[in-house]
Design a protein around this ligand. Structure first.
Ligand code: CAA
Length: 282
């Protein structure tokens, strides 16, 4: 199936990045969020990123304008009535996602694929609220979306091959590299990454090293582009905690216990970059 028009739900860090790479690939995008100001903020991020591409000579002003013209703002899910695919990048809450997918199932055309950018919620459970579980799939982009090459494609129990192949081709059209995985807590990316971050937090909690020292070890010793604590601040400490809880509950294994210091920071509202303070001050 050719995907000509998509809706992206959620105009935050991830949603705006997804809308940007889709528009750059020539796809019409409806960028949806619950408030006008959220959509405007998302469009502002895209505008800024494209302006940087202009200043670096990668695209010209005409191209920038043509990309921006492909993006239509929206605050109503009813605008998904003529799309071929939806990428949902809203808040990580099963109840909210369940409601969104139920509504989309009623609003979207029969052929439309419903994808979620969830970083840890079960695709199979999200699919089960719809009458089209074969057309529900995980399309997990990495932060920052315009830079990171990976799209982790997660097949739910009922996801069919046509849906998978369409999403794979769409990811390639967006200049990303798709990797197929099956539905399991944390998928592959966050099952490996977030426990490493949690362990780095334990090193600080137990007084083994400062955040700066932990990050230096991983940057200089393992060639990671940024240390795990700086990365945790980028992802959001609330998101890191949420994913640890999903792993802990999903596997019932104490090796996934969230570090008490992570809980404490989140309880304090220290979410990382987005709140101005996490392991570092911004
Ligand atoms: N949006 C768009 N572009 C961005 C960006 C953003 N938010 N942040 C950085 N960039 C661009 C910069 O503009 C720059 O582009 P040019 O080279 O064209 O100028 C390029 O990325 C490199 O940026 P910087 O020179 O500023 O800094 P850097 O070289 O240290 O790279 C980084 C920054 C790309 C973020 C790099 O540190 C990195 O790869 N970090 C690891 C990121 C990572 O692991 N992401 C996955 C998180 S996990 C996740 O997302 C899954 C989940 O479910 C939790």
């Amino acid at each position: 199936m050719e995907v000509k028009k998509i809706m992206v739900i959620g105009a935050g860090q991830m949603g705006s990045g997804i809308a940007q790479v889709a528009a750059v690939a020539g796809i019409q995008v409806v960028l949806n969020d619950i408030k006008d100001e959220f959509v405007s903020r998302g469009l502002g991020i895209i505008e800024k990123n494209l302006s940087r591409d202009v200043s670096k000579g990668r695209i010209d002003e005409v191209k920038k304008d043509s990309i921006l013209k492909l993006i239509t703002p929206s605050t109503s899910l009813q605008d998904a009535g003529d799309v071929d695919l939806v990428v949902e990048a809203a808040i990580e809450n099963m109840e909210i996602k369940g409601r969104i997918f139920k509504d989309l199932d009623n609003i979207c055309p029969e052929h439309a694929i419903l994808a979620t950018n969830t970083s840890s919620l079960p695709i199979t459970e999200i699919a089960a609220v719809t009458k089209r579980p074969g057309k529900v799939i995980g399309m997990h982009f990495m932060n920052p979306v315009p830079v990171m090459k990976l799209v982790e494609i997660i097949r739910g129990l009922a996801t069919n091959d046509e849906t998978y192949n369409t999403v794979k081709e769409l990811s390639e059209q967006m200049s990303k590299v798709p990797v197929e995985v099956n539905d399991a807590p944390g998928f592959v990316s966050n099952r490996v990454l977030i426990p490493m971050i949690n362990e780095a937090i334990y090193c600080v909690y137990e007084g083994i090293a400062t955040p700066e020292a932990v990050d230096q070890v991983m940057k200089l010793g393992m060639n990671h582009p940024m240390g795990p604590l700086a990365l945790a601040d980028l992802i959001g400490l609330d998101t890191c905690l949420y994913i640890m809880e999903v792993l802990y509950e999903g596997f019932g294994d104490s090796k996934y216990r969230p570090c008490p210091l992570l809980r404490k920071y989140v309880a304090a509202g220290w979410y990382g970059r987005k709140s101005g303070r996490g392991f570092y001050v911004y």
